[in-house]
Design a protein around this ligand. Structure first.
Ligand code: SAH
Length: 456
């Protein structure tokens, strides 16, 4: 087999997309090449730019035959921006791609067989769906203040005023903050020196309530010309909460640990279905409210609750899924690591007059085993909704020891889902149903919900 070298040129067919939305194809000799901007179905002329032993990277030189699924992305910066990776792929194909990826991981990594899987549920209008934005603030080469999104895999900011997946109100909010900075000589934060004040503009808009939150992430305790900022932002209809988040660390982590309310409430409220939620700046809340309703309704359906059932909802955030389940269950216990989220969760239970829920702060992998060992707690159904890294091994162990009748696994990363269901299948559970829900159109990410039951 001839050695593949830098600058070699080939024509290849793109068969798959990688984790960052890059096209993946194989040369005739089986050598795998990753090609940025190439799509499944493209036949592309590429030039090798970097080689490793078993794979390499190629630059897309030209399309010999464009994929039949290529579309014109409405966003002019879609290619450069790191936010959307596959906006140039027809939406129906995006959904098929997500379904295939899910199926492959479950079957190859999870070794799952004989399960029911419906097509990924997409959005009718897959634009302007996000209720939360975090815009980095900086300066460009010419010294102008810029706000927008990071270019893929970098921290250089693409100055964007109009984003096709964000709530349209963001355009106004960001312009007002920028204007306040320019008029009052407020410095954006500079990542290289650690100097400057404003790092990010965090916004949230309640889909149903129209309530608006603006939280400035700052490298300092306070801001100058505070009244000017408040004066400008409070003219926006729906403005409910204006706050500062203090982050003085030299870090990539966006939010610091403390929030100070400058004006209005410490939170906004929104609804999913009939349930009302308070959301504060530090709490996790699903970013796509329309699809969240679909997801939580599936969670409720998969949980198959009967009168008298006891449920544990692990990684519960502000108690979103917990309260959804509490509509049917006798009792729901939620566990979550962020204290502010648990405060929100408790208030949310009160707000919805639900007294059959209880929340605990702590790591799920510590709280549940402790409660099980000390108090012998019990579950008919366990729901987990972990971050991308999946469930901790100690938690999975405890779950199988507790032997709930059903486990509902909500996941934002099918790879760790596959790993964890493999463990569960080796320890007495069987995957019955899998449903993808597209919470993040135009990105390569997909939310999945999976029902396992205990095999007697
Ligand atoms: N179920 C919620 C939140 C899911 S996101 C919803 O649908 O809104 C995952 C949550 O897990 C986040 O709130 C995060 O703060 C929390 N988390 C992360 N690691 C955790 C751990 N080890 N134990 C408990 N919660 C954790």
């Amino acid at each position: 087999m001839a050695e593949i070298k830098k600058n070699d040129e080939f024509v290849i067919e793109i068969m798959d997309l990688g984790a960052d939305g890059e096209g993946i194809g194989k040369l005739e000799n089986g050598y795998t090449v990753f090609v940025k901007d190439a799509l499944i179905g493209d036949v592309a002329k590429i030039k090798i730019i970097k080689t490793k032993k078993n794979y390499g990277y190629g630059r897309l030189m030209s399309l010999v035959q464009a994929s039949p699924f290529r579309v014109e992305a409405p966003c002019p910066v879609a290619r450069a921006c790191g936010g959307c990776q596959i906006m140039h792929l027809d939406y129906a194909e995006q959904l098929k791609y997500k379904e295939n990826k899910l199926r492959n991981l479950l079957e190859r990594v999870g070794k799952v067989k004989d399960y029911e899987m419906a097509p990924v549920i997409g959005m009718k209008e897959p634009y302007y769906y996000r209720n939360k934005a975090q815009f980095p603030v900086g300066r460009n080469k010419d010294g102008m203040i810029v706000t927008g999104f990071y270019a893929g895999r970098t921290h250089s900011i693409i100055d964007t005023t109009h984003c096709f997946i964000q709530h349209p109100l963001n355009e106004t909010l960001v312009a007002l903050v920028r204007n306040w900075m320019e008029s009052n000589g407020v410095e954006p934060y500079d990542e290289s020196t650690g100097r400057g004040l404003v790092r990010h503009i965090l916004t949230r808009v309640g889909k149903r309530t129209g309530e608006v939150m603006v939280c400035l992430v700052v490298n300092g305790k306070d801001i100058p010309a505070r009244e000017a900022l408040i004066g400008a932002l409070t003219k926006v209809e729906g403005m409910t909460s204006i706050s500062l988040n203090v982050n003085r660390e030299k870090t990539n982590v966006i939010l610091g640990p403390t929030v100070k309310t400058l004006w209005g409430k410490d939170y906004i409220t929104d609804y999913i279905g009939d349930i009302c939620y308070q959301i504060s700046p530090l709490s996790f809340y699903q970013v796509n409210p329309e699809q969240t309703q679909v997801l939580y309704s599936k969670a409720l359906e998969f949980a198959g609750l009967k009168a008298g059932d006891v449920v544990w909802d692990l990684y519960c955030g502000i108690g979103t899924i917990s309260l959804f389940l509490a509509q049917k269950a006798a009792r729901v216990y939620g566990v979550e690591i962020v204290p502010q989220a648990i405060e929100d969760a408790k208030k949310n239970a009160e707000l919805n007059h639900m007294d059959n829920v209880e929340f605990f702060v702590g790591k799920a992998e510590e709280v549940l085993p402790r409660k099980y060992a000390e108090d012998g707690v019990y579950a008919d159904v366990i729901v987990v909704d972990p971050p991308r890294k999946g469930c901790d091994a100690a938690l999975l162990e405890c779950m199988v020891e507790m032997k709930p009748e059903r486990i509902v696994y909500v996941s934002c990363d099918p790879a760790t889902l596959a790993r964890d269901v493999h463990y569960l299948e080796e320890h007495g559970y069987k995957v019955r149903r899998v449903q993808g829900v597209d919470m993040f159109p135009h990105s390569i990410h997909c939310e999945v919900i999976c029902l396992l039951d205990h095999v007697k």
